[in-house]
Design a protein around this ligand. Structure first.
Ligand SMILES: NC(=O)C1=CN([C@@H]2O[C@H](COP(=O)(O)OP(=O)(O)OC[C@H]3O[C@@H](n4cnc5c(N)ncnc54)[C@H](OP(=O)(O)O)[C@@H]3O)[C@@H](O)[C@H]2O)C=CC1
Ligand SMILES: CC(C)(CO)C(=O)C(=O)O
Length: 334
């Protein structure tokens, strides 16, 4: 791929919008799929990103219709996991044979078993298995050729604070890697693109390890944040909450190992990383405050489904899932 890249961010919220601003400011041709007041503000004033060091606004093509964009070199998925299904059919119109699809999402991704070597990755009939909790009927897996996908783990925190305006914590770290666990020219090119945009890409040939490492935090801190409305530092400063989180983390780390992966860090290290993020609101707390559907399927239901398949008990995650599910029904109406 040669610069400038043609890039579409599908769901230009906190994470997707952050990437859109950085990539557009670096001279790439960036379009964003957005909707409602956010879309109107982007069209009127541009898309803005403020971090502790600077404020950058960019003009980008913005629409709520995928048909307006045409084929792209890179399609970044920034919508939440449970928002992807309705977007999938339209994605075909923005892909060419070499397009990269980069899902910048937390949780177990729908493509998890694509080119995975674990015993559960293939069905009895030889097809790639899907997880019913995040991909009912395997619709996502079949709607988009997973060969387009490069795995991505986001280490950053951001929030859409008003339409068109994103506030980030100044972290721009993205771990990227092939689902087939191999080095590739396209991942190197993507890393270069991100580096030129002032981000900190890290290329891995073990992307599932990185997914589990992130999930260890998101499956524990995110539900606790929503249930208590506490920010990340407040959770870490509460010994009873920290003890609960440690139990959940141990369960998720055990599950990662059951699927042949290495969660990369110890529980102490994972908590220290979360503490280091500071006084930020986890994305699930942001959703709760806005009455939006909570990201339970990718963060909790999917690891619980994997746990059932591997006969791996996860009582703490089960409890967090039950509590968060009821909160979602009571407050967000889902
Ligand atoms: N926020 C954070 O700090 C972090 C988030 N993450 C992960 O990143 C992923 C994205 O989260 P985040 O950026 O916080 O979420 P946001 O809700 O801020 O962004 C998602 C955006 O996608 C838009 N969208 C969804 N469907 C459509 C559609 N059909 N048409 C147009 N726009 C659409 C949403 O619009 P609308 O609001 O109208 O639904 C929203 O603007 C999640 O998996 C999250 O867990 C990872 C690390 C940090
Ligand atoms: C790491 C953390 C908690 C950063 O905000 C996150 O991933 C999220 O908000 O979902």
């Amino acid at each position: 791929m040669s610069a400038p890249w043609k890039i579409l961010v599908v769901g230009a919220g906190a994470v997707g919008g952050t990437l859109a601003v950085r990539l557009a400011a670096a001279g790439n041709t960036v379009g964003v799929l957005a909707r409602g007041e956010h879309l109107q503000a982007i069209r009127r004033d541009g898309l803005c990103l403020e971090d502790p060091h600077e404020r950058v606004c960019v003009e980008v093509q913005a629409s709520d219709d995928l048909a307006d964009f045409g084929p792209q070199d890179l399609v970044i998925l920034g919508a939440k996991a449970h928002q992807l299904a309705p977007l999938m059919p339209g994605l075909r119109s923005v892909l060419h044979a070499e397009s990269i699809v980069l899902p910048a999402l937390n949780g177990v991704p729908w493509w998890y078993f694509h080119r995975d070597a674990s015993p559960h990755a293939t069905t009895a009939s030889g097809r790639t298995a899907h997880l019913e909790s995040i991909d009912p009927g395997g619709r996502l897996l079949h709607a988009l050729d997973p060969e387009h996908v490069v795995g991505c783990v986001v280490h950053a925190s951001a929030e859409v604070v008003s339409p068109g305006m994103i506030r980030g914590n100044g972290q721009y770290r993205y771990v990227i890697g092939e689902p087939a666990h191999e080095r590739s020219a396209r991942v190197q090119a993507l890393a270069e693109l991100l580096r030129e945009a002032g981000c900190e890409p890290e290329v891995t040939d073990r992307i599932r390890d990185a997914i589990w490492m992130k999930l260890v935090g998101n499956a524990t801190f995110n539900p606790v944040a929503a249930l208590t409305r506490a920010r990340m530092n407040a959770i870490c400063d509460n010994p009873e909450l920290e003890a609960l989180i440690r139990e959940g983390m141990a369960e998720v780390m055990g599950l990662a190992r059951a699927y042949g992966c290495d969660p990369l860090v110890s529980i102490d290290q994972r908590i220290a990383i979360a503490r280091g993020i500071g006084a930020v609101k986890a994305s699930t707390l942001q959703d709760l405050e806005r009455g939006r559907a909570l990201e339970i399927a990718a963060l909790l239901h999917a690891p619980l489904e994997l746990a059932r398949m591997a006969h791996h008990p996860m009582p703490t995650l089960q409890l967090l899932s039950a509590l968060l599910g009821e909160l979602d029904r009571q407050v967000c109406g889902h």
